[in-house]
Design a protein around this ligand. Structure first.
Ligand SMILES: [Zn+2]
Length: 286
């Protein structure tokens, strides 16, 4: 194991400080591009490269994952009319004294799950994309690294449920659409303690600017960077659209196998630089 990552493993026995986590995110994972994840030959690029690790915590891989996620989210925003953007934060000095930044992610996730249940009860067509992110503009009361969540959502119509003997017998749709006021009021009513909600910049503005702000992506490694309501499907991150004209080789494939496969499939030899490398290796051995 790489020394840096060993240090990080040790760190995770206690909660690393947010700065330590940030340092971890700013490095390339050791498994990334070291050849242990196999190689890819791309016909379009005429290049044989080591496969990358596709880990969101990896500084080399994250930019690609962010671009892919951005693309996917924009598509869903258009398809599902997700034109509402609000932000949920953890308030108050008291909260921050009691809970560290890592806890704030757990607590907010829990609170969000309760809250969206309430929303979906009244607005069954509620759809959302939730992006847990780290606070990166610290103030005295608001230290760095604590969780906030960007919620991108639609504006579904409210329904009223009619009951008989504790059973819903009728659901009546209304014209009223989900508003920010309703969200704020009902947060109080359902005693969702540890969250604050504020309306934020437009969905387009957020996706255009702050979405990419890299330090916001520095969240505990056991937390997902995105979750959605059931009907919104994003590609799992790290699954890039595969280049159709490429061949994947495992780490055990030798040069000869790679060469023969590329010749069979595309009728061409490996890029010249591969032969140079080979020549260089033989030369070194002598
Ligand atoms: Zn990587």
């Amino acid at each position: 194991m790489h020394r840096r990552e060993q240090t990080f493993k040790k760190l995770t026995e206690r909660v690393p400080t947010w700065e330590e986590l940030q340092d971890y995110y700013q490095r390339k994972r050791h498994v990334c591009s070291n050849g242990k994840r196999g190689k890819i030959y791309s016909l379009r690029k005429d290049k044989l490269t080591n496969n990358i690790c596709n880990n969101i915590t990896c500084a080399k891989c994250r930019p690609g994952i962010k671009r892919q996620l951005h693309q996917d989210i924009v598509r869903q925003v258009y398809q599902n009319d997700l034109d509402q953007h609000f932000v949920i934060t953890s308030p108050g000095k008291k909260f921050r004294k009691k809970h560290n930044y890592a806890d704030s992610f757990k607590i907010q996730e829990h609170e969000w799950n309760k809250y969206r249940f309430v929303i979906q009860y009244h607005y069954p067509d509620f759809k959302f994309i939730r992006l847990p992110r780290a606070q990166t503009n610290p103030t005295a009361d608001n230290p760095i690294g604590y969780a906030h969540q960007h919620i991108i959502a639609n504006r579904p119509n409210r329904v009223i449920h009619k009951y008989k003997d504790d059973k819903i017998i009728k659901t009546i749709p209304t014209d009223e659409t989900l508003s920010f006021d309703w969200l704020t009021e009902n947060k109080e009513r359902y005693q969702l303690g540890f969250v604050w909600i504020r309306e934020n910049q437009s969905v387009a503005d957020y996706l255009h600017k702050d979405f990419y702000h890299d330090d916001e992506w520095v969240i505990p490694t056991n937390k997902n960077h995105v979750s959605t309501s059931r009907d919104i499907i994003l590609r799992p991150y790290g699954n890039f659209i595969k280049d159709p004209d490429s061949i994947y080789f495992t780490e055990h494939a030798d040069k000869q196998t790679i060469e023969n496969t590329v010749m069979d499939r595309y009728g061409r030899t490996l890029p010249f630089e591969e032969y140079l490398k080979q020549y260089h290796d033989i030369y070194k051995e002598k």
